[in-house]
Ligand binder design. Sequence first.
Ligand code: SF4
Length: 272
Amino acid sequence: MAGHPDAEAILRWYAAVRRDLPWRRTSDPYRILVSEVMLQQTQVARVVPYYEAWLERFPSAGALAVAPAAEVLRMWSGLGYNRRALALQAACGVVARDGWPQTVEGLMALPGVGPYTAAAVASFAFGVQAAAVDTNVRRVIERLDRRARRPPELARRADALVPAGRAADWNQALMELGATVCTARAPACEACPAASCRSQGRPQLAPTARRGAADRVRFEETDRYVRGRVVAALVAGAALPDGFAPERLERALAGLERDGLVVREAGAVRLP
Ligand code: SF4
């Protein structure tokens, strides 16, 4: 499939509704990478103040590369998934030494940068014609093109949908469509610019619309929750959180230590 019959309509819709987000005003690869890493597991509204404070403190890849890890974790505190912060710093260390890779493959070689983030940075910063497929975009593509189900095929079709020379706008448009109109549980097909969408009016047929409550585990029951509480306590200079079973706390500490997020010595736990 070359392009999509509704590509122009989707791009026009995006131009009309796009939210003015700070990372959409730049083509600086560092700023884009920071935003993409922060947005991986965190909502847009929550990311904006963190993003602005981060750039104030670490205005460039070089500044982040040489910052103390404890300071990096302190600035990240509250965003969750703290490993992302250290991976971002490691990626900036490589960039400060070798310069920015300008291809999807080159960006994927940076620590913590997966196919989605690499394609996002490549298209937004360097104009590479690559589809950036995150969860939202995948759902939209699966609904727009109901044959695009499995990863290798999905990736091929996603790339084929990118209109020539418009990868950055197209990726942003599909992200916006997935976040605001073609949502997982209640897609608003009546407000959608994709007039020829094969799922129009029956999005419940699309695979990602069917996700049961049984698949979800309460966040507070996960080890990730304990890890987040531990790092938050250390950043605040407080004692380790209580109320967790000793083996659960130990599992979290061991994981944090393995990932380089805490140091344990002489019976004490501290940030690196
Ligand atoms: S028509 Fe409905 S299912 Fe198709 S892309 Fe738009 S919102 Fe999603």
